[in-house]
Write a new protein. Structure first.
Ligand SMILES: Cc1cc2nc3c(=O)[nH]c(=O)nc-3n(C[C@H](O)[C@H](O)[C@H](O)COP(=O)(O)OP(=O)(O)OC[C@H]3O[C@@H](n4cnc5c(N)ncnc54)[C@H](O)[C@@H]3O)c2cc1C
Length: 411
């Protein structure tokens, strides 16, 4: 497939980095086959190849063709729901353990990028989650207090302190912000392509092939558009496409379109990442190294919140609301020109937490998906658990709270 960087459906990240299309031939066998070349598949491949395992990654298009190459580029610990809601869902101890897993994932991301010398514009200036009225500020304070009680960082800023961190006058709505000090930002496709190249240097093979079925026998046979391959163990890393190969996730991992755009580069006004809730489903943005502001969100403005939609094209109903966010919050930036609009496939679960499990009736196949718009901190760490399962035959109890059988997913 030829990928044209000027095509509308490509993201800012695709357009500013040459796409990495797998070119290896499909071997007949491998110890482990990983399906899906997004962050989860590439990270799993990296860990396995580094450990000396013979591993083949199968990707139907290009590395980062799905959500990872179309996202907001945040590497921020935490879950899609705030800490108070997570505690309500899981209880204090398990909420703390899960949050800790995401902190570990965030830190691992930084460690490996640094150790392997991956040039992906990764920086760690923190993230401001703005409050737009007194109620939102009180919510931010509650989230922050609980995090601090459990030893996680964060601070709530008033309007004046928030203004000191943003180099353009705040609009009238902004009452303050929660500041997450360790939050990072990166260039999504440089990150993933750099990690994929590192995995290749450790011996991984990357093959362009769409998997059509996985047949479980003594050995597992994976049928693809490029032929068949046999493997001892299989990892399925398809997020929004999980149900195509793991049918038991059909109603619990729901593809959901996320829409996003990039403005033409401008002088630096935002050095941290930012988030807000202008609409109930939220917005997020960062200013990249070339001065482009990349902003997404406003799913609440789509019919059915774009739930069930797996489509890479943006729509006017959502995009027009995203285009109003920066002018409303920062009136001096109302002149910015949109350079590119795109969409990507998120995947949501009913309780807003990912699923990590063994595939039903398949003792040598594991999968993870349903990252609910906040997958990046999970990538480096969930992949390590999957790589461990692929080498030991057992998925760690650390992630048993994310099993598909958990009560909060009951249908
Ligand atoms: C607009 C948007 C903004 C987001 N912003 C952020 C953010 O800033 N921070 C954050 O933490 N999270 C964010 N997310 C969520 C995050 O990007 C995802 O959770 C994460 O990228 C999922 O990674 P993945 O590897 O599981 O799936 P994907 O990246 O979607 O990768 C799956 C891959 O599988 C391939 N594939 C599909 N079917 C087959 C098949 N049959 N055979 C072979 N290959 C196949 C696809 O081509 C794709 O490359 C955002 C998502 C979107 C869409």
């Amino acid at each position: 497939m030829h990928i044209d960087p000027n095509h509308d459906s490509l993201s800012y990240w695709h357009a500013t980095q040459e796409s990495m299309i797998p070119t290896d031939d499909l071997p007949a066998t491998a110890e482990v086959v990983v399906i899906g070349g997004g962050m989860l598949g590439v990270w799993t491949t990296y860990w396995l190849a580094k450990a000396g395992v013979s591993v083949v990654l199968l990707e139907k298009s290009a590395i980062g063709w799905g959500a990872t190459g179309r996202n907001g580029g945040f590497l921020t610990s935490g879950t899609a729901i705030g800490y108070p809601s997570l505690i309500e869902l899981l209880g204090r101890e398990r909420a703390r353990a899960l949050w800790e897993i995401t902190v570990h994932g965030e830190n691992l991301g930084h460690e490996v990028v640094s150790e392997e010398g991956i040039d992906c514009h990764l920086r760690r200036p923190g993230k401001l989650l703005l409050a737009l009225d007194e109620d939102q500020l009180a919510d931010r304070q509650h989230h922050c207090d609980l995090l601090n009680e459990d030893g996680f960082g964060g601070i709530v800023l008033d309007r004046a302190a928030t203004q000191e961190m943003i180099k353009t006058p705040l609009g009238a709505d902004i009452t303050g912000a929660f500041f997450h000090p360790t939050s990072g930002m990166l260039h999504s496709t440089r990150y993933l392509a750099g990690l994929a190249r590192t995995a290749v240097a450790y011996g991984a093979k990357l093959v362009r092939a769409e998997v059509t079925s996985v047949h479980h026998g003594k050995q597992t046979t994976i049928s693809t558009t490029a032929g068949a391959i046999e493997a001892e163990r299989v990892i399925i890393a398809l997020n929004a496409w999980t149900d195509t190969l793991v049918p038991e996730t059909r109603d619990v991992i729901v593809p959901t379109r996320g829409q996003i755009l990039a403005y033409e580069p401008t002088e630096t006004v935002f050095t941290t990442g930012l988030g807000a809730e202008v609409t109930p489903t939220g917005e997020y943005w960062q200013q990249t190294m070339d001065g482009s502001i990349v902003i997404g969100g406003c799913r609440a403005e789509a019919p059915g919140k774009d739930s069930g939609v797996i489509n890479m094209s943006p729509t006017d109903d959502v995009i027009s609301h995203i285009e109003r966010v920066i002018p409303r919050l920062f009136p001096k930036l109302a002149h910015l020109t949109v350079a590119r609009r795109w969409a990507g496939p998120m995947a949501f679960t009913p309780d807003y937490l990912p699923i990590v499990d063994m595939a039903q009736n398949a003792e040598s196949t594991w999968y993870a998906g349903g990252f609910c718009g906040d997958g990046m901190p999970f990538g480096p760490i969930i992949s390590r658990y999957l790589a461990e399962a692929a080498t030991t035959g057992k998925l760690s109890d650390d992630v048993s709270m994310l099993a598909v059988s958990r009560p909060s997913l009951a249908r």
